[in-house]
Every structure is written in structure tokens, then in C-alpha cells.
Design a protein around this ligand. Structure first.
Ligand SMILES: Cc1cc2nc3c(=O)[nH]c(=O)nc-3n(C[C@H](O)[C@H](O)[C@H](O)COP(=O)(O)OP(=O)(O)OC[C@H]3O[C@@H](n4cnc5c(N)ncnc54)[C@H](O)[C@@H]3O)c2cc1C
Length: 331
């Protein structure tokens, strides 16, 4: 059995952010991921300036696709609102692999199945032993499943369902577009261009509210694809792929002794725009700091809202969740 001080399960932005801090501090750390990188990850790949600064990315030196939007177009009940902004897009296929490599962590290709507490530490699949464990395995993280299911059960009312596709496309429109609540969708659809001829389009909604309405996300997708074709002249080349994840709940429990949950494993995506990369990075960095400094693992200031937590966030929260889910502390 191999023994290390810290094991990180999952090499997405949450896991690589934690690993980068731990490696920089000279700690003995190993990262396990069931996929070989670069790996496909469903995601629009919109990132905020905060993500860029938290990760200390020198944009000029970033070797892959990176596009900055100067305008975000909101569409709400027939109203079109172009908002000046500075936001960015990346391709997750490239971004995650680059972050993981940059972290310098040793990565082992291993699908984690069994996680057990063993004294002060943990044993994984009878093959790896560690003193600290960071669960960064996304929605279906095996660390959550084994150690946190009772402490932090998944909140069904906060589960999102998504459909999306990313494909090579010679776009002419460099702005990001978001359509809210079309045909009663409890969520939104998006158009996110990527640098050098790629495009991501998708649709996301609260799964429980869709079910209550007897609604079908594929039917919403069909209408969205028609709109893209009719209004923007975009033919989506194939069927989209689906994925689901959880938005930020109130009072989440993300630490149990020496085990930590970060990113989607902890259900940290924002409740208004379902933004998960920023919270993944911040929580990964905080988990590493808590291990290194022996301090608290405090997620209170990891924002539960992308839109600042003011009245727009509250209105969005109501429109999407109808107050059915427990309210988190905002932002
Ligand atoms: C359609 C869609 C669009 C989105 N768009 C955006 C967006 O534009 N902007 C934004 O900020 N957020 C967006 N999100 C959310 C964002 O993708 C996630 O919040 C983010 O990826 C969370 O990062 P993570 O590191 O926690 O998990 P992940 O990126 O999911 O990484 C988890 C890793 O764990 C590994 N893993 C899982 N199980 C195991 C196992 N058993 N053993 C070993 N390894 C395992 C996986 O292979 C994976 O590499 C979107 C999500 C979806 C589904």
C-alpha cells in the first residue's frame, strides 16, 4: 500500500487548485483521477476576472484559447439588455489539463471506488493511505459518497439539469448571450463563443421544478436549437450531452476531521448563474490553506451568488427556485 500525507480525488479546477498550493508548500501529495487529461468536461467555460486573479493566470502567457467578452446580452421576457462587462471564456478541455500540469502534482490514473476512514487517516481502494483527504471528484465524488452523505446530503431542490454542446464554429459575434426563463424554463440558455473558432451553446434548469411542471429539458433544447438557427443562423451539428450538478445550499458541511470537500463535490456553484469554476478554485485553495495552516476551513465568503447578492440576485433566486430550497447566506 502506498502512503502519502495528502490525497486529492479529482483533478478539475477544485482539485488542481488545492494541489497547486500543497505542492508549492512542499507537502507530500498525490492526485487520483479516473480520467486521463486532457479530458472532456461539459461546461460553458465562462470564467470571471476573479478566477483569473485567484489562479494568478498571466493571460498573455496562457497557451490555449482565451476570449474576453466586452458585452453580455441578457434576454428576459422579450427585453434585450446589452451590458458592458469584462468576462472571459476558455475551453475546459484545455484549461483543466493546463491547470493540473501547472500544479506540479503527481497524478495517478485511478477510478476511486472505496474510501474508508482508518484512525486519523483514510484508505482508498486498499491501495492508498493518507492522513488528509480532499474530495474534489465533482457531483458524484466518492469522498462525498463515503464520508459526507449523512452530514451533507444532496439537496434535490438545488440540482440543475443541463444540456450542451461545444463545437468548431466560425462565429462572427464575439459577445456572450443569455436567455432567461424562455417558454417557462426555470433556468436559462446560453451562447458562449471561444477563441479561434469554437462555440458553446447550452441550456440549464432546476431539475425538480422541471419535473413539477411536467417539463422536458430536451423539448426546451429543441426550441432553443430552432431559435439559434432562425435568429443567429447557427446550425447545431449534433445532439447535446447532459449533466447535472448541485447549487449552493445553506450551511453546507464540507469538512469532517481530516476530510474536506471542495468544488462541485461540496455543491458550491452559485444559485443565480450556476457558476462553479470560481467556487471550485476558492474552495480548493482554502482547503489547502486549512491543512497547511491548521486553521478553519471556512467557505462563508465563497460567494453563493454571481450577481453580487443584491436585489437582482434575490429576484433571480426567486424566479429560479421559487423560495423552495433553503436560502443560503448571500453572497
Ligand atoms: C453544462 C454546464 C455548463 C457549465 N458552465 C459553467 C460556466 O460557464 N462557468 C462556471 O463557472 N461553471 C460552469 N459550470 C459548472 C462547472 O463546470 C463546475 O462547477 C466545475 O467544473 C466544478 O469543478 P470541480 O473541480 O469541482 O469538478 P469537476 O470539474 O467535475 O472535476 C471533477 C474531477 O473528478 C474526477 N472524478 C470523479 N469521480 C472520480 C472517481 N471516482 N475517481 C477519481 N476521479 C474522479 C473527474 O474525472 C473530474 O476530472 C457548468 C456546468 C455544466 C454541467
Amino acid at each position: 500500500m502506498r502512503s502519502v500525507e495528502i490525497i486529492v480525488v479529482g483533478g478539475g479546477p477544485a482539485g488542481s487548485s488545492a494541489a497547486a498550493r500543497l505542492v508549492a508548500a512542499g507537502v507530500d501529495v498525490l492526485l487520483l483521477d479516473r480520467e486521463r487529461f486532457p479530458r472532456h468536461k461539459l461546461c460553458a467555460g465562462w470564467i470571471t476576472p476573479r478566477v483569473v486573479s485567484d489562479l494568478g493566470i498571466d493571460v498573455a502567457a496562457y497557451p490555449h484559447r482565451f476570449l474576453s467578452f466586452r458585452r453580455l446580452h441578457w434576454y428576459l421576457k422579450g427585453v434585450h439588455l446589452p451590458v458592458p462587462c469584462l468576462q472571459h471564456s476558455i475551453r475546459r478541455f484545455e484549461f483543466d489539463a493546463w491547470l493540473l500540469e501547472r500544479s506540479g502534482v503527481e497524478v495517478v490514473h485511478h477510478a476511486v471506488k472505496d474510501v474508508r476512514a482508518d484512525g486519523e487517516g483514510f484508505v482508498i481502494d486498499g491501495e492508498y493511505r493518507c492522513r488528509y483527504l480532499i474530495g474534489a471528484g465533482g457531483t458524484r465524488c466518492p469522498v462525498h459518497r463515503a464520508l459526507f452523505r449523512d452530514l451533507a446530503p444532496r439537496e434535490r431542490a438545488l440540482q440543475t439539469a443541463t444540456l450542451e454542446i461545444e463545437f468548431p464554429y466560425d462565429w462572427r459575434d464575439p459577445d456572450c448571450r443569455l436567455w432567461f426563463f424562455e417558454h417557462g424554463l426555470p433556468g436559462y440558455s446560453w451562447y458562449v463563443p471561444k477563441d479561434r473558432g469554437w462555440l458553446n451553446v447550452g441550456i440549464g434548469a432546476v431539475a425538480l421544478r422541471l419535473k413539477e411542471r411536467g417539463d422536458d429539458l430536451r423539448e426546451h433544447w429543441r426550441r432553443f436549437a430552432e431559435k439559434l438557427d432562425d435568429q443567429l443562423g447557427i446550425r447545431v451539428p449534433e445532439e447535446p450531452t447532459g449533466y447535472s450538478y448541485y447549487l449552493r445550499a445553506a450551511g453546507e458541511a464540507a469538512r469532517r476531521g481530516n476530510a474536506f470537500l471542495v468544488g462541485d463535490a461540496a455543491g458550491l456553484a452559485t444559485r443565480d448563474l450556476c457558476e462553479g469554476i470560481g467556487p471550485a478554485v476558492q474552495s480548493g485553495q482554502r482547503a489547502a490553506a486549512a491543512i497547511l495552516g491548521g486553521g478553519e476551513y471556512d467557505l462563508r465568503d465563497v460567494g453563493a451568488a454571481s450577481l453580487g447578492g443584491g436585489w437582482i440576485t434575490r429576484a433571480m433566486d426567486w424566479a429560479i427556485h421559487r423560495g423552495e430550497a433553503p436560502r443560503p447566506a448571500l453572497p
